[in-house]
Design a protein around this ligand. Sequence first.
Ligand code: NI
Length: 166
Amino acid sequence: MALRQIRTEGDPVLAKKCRPVDKMTLRLKILVEDMFETMYDAYGVGLAAPQVGVLRRIAVIDVDGEHPYCFVNPEIIEMSGEQTGDEGCLSVPGKTGTVTRPERVKVRAYDINMKPFELEAEGLLARACCHEFDHLDGVLYVSKVEGPLRDVQPYEEIEEEEETEE
Ligand code: NI
């Protein structure tokens, strides 16, 4: 496994629509492993393939550190309710903003072995699905933010502080 470079806002790859996966390959399986590693390393709860420069419809999510999901060609087939809360994105480091999303979504996708599955998600997991799947259409959360983007401490700085403290 390897860490991949996370593309940041302004990189044209983040504004493009991704192509569906028609066949799982070893190369794409390695991509998924690398995406998980890169997401955990950056303290993220989700990462989409275009964020590491690959224009394929693949996203990984793990909102509690215990339930890793890989979504291939995901689609939101039902949504209900509403939640308004703060979001951040590894491609927009040091920022957060308020976004309204559905409270519940039903997702249809394929897993890493191209086996179809459905997932009913609510709360943070539903929010993460909406955010990550938007990336696959070239949409960043900053285009949906209500009010201003606010500054937060980027994870690199937090890490540096932790290293200094040791
Ligand atoms: Ni993001």
